[in-house]
Design a protein around this ligand. Sequence first.
Ligand code: TYD
Length: 134
Amino acid sequence: MSLSDCRLIYLPKVSDPRGNLTFIEAKKHIPFHIKRVYYLYDVPAGSERGGHAHKALHQLVIAISGSFDIILNDGNSTKTVNLNRPYIGLYICPMIWRELNNFSSGSVCMVLASNAYTEEDYYRQYNEYLLQQK
Ligand code: TYD
């Protein structure tokens, strides 16, 4: 898996003068079944999250509110993606090192994940990740 497998996904947006609506159906709009949803909020200015890779987890990351940057790294190259729209998700395939920073005040980062939480799915040491990725 490499950076080229990660991509922005434009989600359906129902525009309405009463307020817009976006929805996500597993396997239709995103390439995996959703088994878990989590979100980051009340992120202090200057905070950094992530700093790990997942062995098998597929994820879609959405800036539900505000904005933040995601730095993706596959061991060969890096790419920074700014997420700032609630109808655009970033699909992150397994085995991608990621870091999140530059959170705007009041931002909310929602993540849809293909599996339940297990610490065994993480690489938290970059060197250990690199050894497996190469
Ligand atoms: P982590 O994935 O390291 O957060 P981030 O990548 O946003 O910096 O998780 C932080 C802590 O929360 C860690 O102790 C594991 C725990 N956690 C759960 O218990 N369940 C979950 O679904 C997630 C994502 C994390």
